[in-house]
Design a protein around this ligand. Structure first.
Ligand SMILES: N[C@@H](CCC(=O)N[C@@H](CS)C(=O)NCC(=O)O)C(=O)O
Length: 197
């Protein structure tokens, strides 16, 4: 049976965006199944007593430089940030789960992260979500209606609770079996584990 790489993330997380640009090639390179698993980072912070790094001014100053270094390193466009902070991502995360139901979570995720961190758009805005849905092949009307469905709300809560129960405290978080890795900068260790080293 092939291994699985579980990728827990939130569309509000710029480091999850960096990871999203790398996980697919990594999964192909190592021959494993990739599971995109949106969760609610704010709830993860609350449950674990953690805080967003940006709430510490010195860390926030470094974080913007760090992200610039990473986007250059990965060949991505420079990061822009939506004005709304913290980024209201609950609807986008639910929409990711709707996209997953239709096998479209990868294109949806790329479109959502691009909207937030390349175009600096507000993912809390219905018109932006509609645009992102359309760009990823979803029918915007029914998809946006579905995010209000209890099944989808529960699925996001379950992903969040499961990640916390398994040890998550931030994003992106990866699991190879029950081995957890935190951060886009740990993908080299993820790869090592996937290769059975
Ligand atoms: N060094 C990590 C940083 C990841 C990071 O700071 N993620 C934020 C969300 S964007 C977080 O959850 N931080 C929690 C923490 O640092 O404890 C990386 O390269 O990915």
């Amino acid at each position: 049976m092939s291994k699985t790489l579980e990728f827990f993330f939130d569309y509000a997380s710029p480091y999850s965006y960096l990871a999203s640009a790398q996980v697919e090639v990594l999964a192909v390179r190592t021959g494993v199944e990739l599971r995109w698993r949106p969760f609610l980072l704010g709830a993860v912070f609350k449950a674990t007593g953690n805080v967003p790094p940006i709430s510490c001014p010195a860390k926030a100053r470094y974080l913007f430089k760090d992200l610039a270094h990473w986007t250059q390193f990965l060949g991505l466009p420079p990061c822009r940030f939506p004005e709304a902070f913290p980024i209201p991502s609950i609807k986008a995360n639910r929409l990711g789960l709707v996209a997953a139901e239709q096998g479209l979570i990868a294109p949806f995720s790329h479109a959502a992260f691009r909207a937030a961190f390349v175009d600096g758009k507000d993912l809390g805005d219905g018109a932006v979500l509609e645009e992102v849905a359309r760009a990823s092949g979803l029918e915007p009307g029914p998809a946006l209606a579905r995010i209000e469905n209890q099944e989808i709300k529960d699925a996001l809560r379950r992903n969040t609770e499961e990640a916390v129960a398994r040890g998550a405290f931030g994003a992106p978080t990866f699991f190879v079996g029950e081995e957890m890795f935190f951060g886009n900068d740990r993908l080299m260790l993820v790869e090592r584990m996937l290769r059975g080293a």
